[in-house]
Write a protein that binds this ligand. Structure first.
Ligand SMILES: *C/C=C(C)/C=C/C=C(C)/C=C/C1=C(C)CCCC1(C)C
Length: 249
């Protein structure tokens, strides 16, 4: 594959804009989380490391996705899903770490990871094996299958095990943080299916005439919101809990 050595972004190419800003934002966020790790107590260091890994893994993939998009003008579907397959399970680890003190078991972590892999495998089949020209039935079938995994995570975060463990923690800060993360899953993650439906044959593509390049526009915006946002929620919790522990000591 030939990559561009001189990068020129057309003035009206919003997708290219978001690939470039997305890349830099992920990079900057990673530096921030890695450095701030020294500011929190030992208990929180792993959580901050995971926050930094999520944005760092994304930054590396954005580096390649950006070039792929600039060189071909097409959706970097494979790179996108490789990124998600690594970063979404790490977001499940964040939920697990937050609720571990309240007794979260490894089984919960595995359930969340299996649900996210389920969601992503069917999403990938839906996008990568969409027949030439786009098929509505193909996108709907795999979109619905994928959504089952998404709903499971949403349920766990709002009403299921994760929510219950947060409640049992008797720690208001943990409860508030888990609730904010649950909002991210409800609102921030819901941006992805909107992007998915912009692919050829997708409902927003056939119904409203949204271009297939908007798939990446939505994914890039959603990634910045969710990956950096998730990390910041965990970061502010870690900072405030560290201060609390210091005051008590
Ligand atoms: C950092 C990346 C994140 C948080 C990615 C999240 C991705 C999703 C929540 C994707 C969900 C999808 C559906 C619910 C149905 C259509 C197919 C997907 C994979 C776009």
């Amino acid at each position: 594959m030939i990559l561009l050595d001189i990068v020129t972004i057309p003035k009206d190419d919003a997708v290219a804009f978001t690939f470039f800003t997305g890349y830099m934002a992920m990079m900057a966020a990673s530096v921030f989380f890695f450095f701030e790790r020294t500011q929190v107590s030992d208990k929180w260091k792993t959580s901050l490391l995971i926050s930094g890994l999520i944005t760092f893994i994304a930054a590396v993939h954005y580096f390649y996705m950006r070039d792929y998009y600039m060189a071909t003008g097409e959706n970097p579907t494979a790179l996108r899903y490789i990124d998600w397959t690594l970063t979404v399970p790490l977001m499940c680890v964040e939920f697990y770490l937050l609720t571990k003190a309240a007794g979260a078991k490894k089984a919960l972590l595995w359930k969340l990871i299996i649900a996210s892999v389920w969601m992503l495998v069917f999403g990938y089949i839906g996008e990568a094996f969409n027949p030439e020209g786009g098929s509505t039935s193909h996108s709907v079938i795999y979109g619905v299958l994928s959504t089952i995994g998404y709903l499971y995570i949403l349920y766990a975060a709002w009403m299921g095990e994760v929510a219950q463990l947060a409640k049992d923690s008797n720690n208001e800060s943990i409860q508030r943080s888990v609730r904010i993360l649950a909002w991210f899953v409800l609102v921030g993650w819901a941006i992805y299916p909107i992007g998915y439906m912009c692919m050829p044959g997708g409902w927003l593509n056939t119904g409203l005439g949204w271009e297939s390049s908007s798939v990446d526009l939505f994914y890039n915006i959603a990634d910045a919101v969710n990956k950096i946002g998730f990390g910041l929620v965990v970061y502010s919790l870690a900072i405030s809990e560290t201060a609390k522990a210091k005051a008590a000591a």
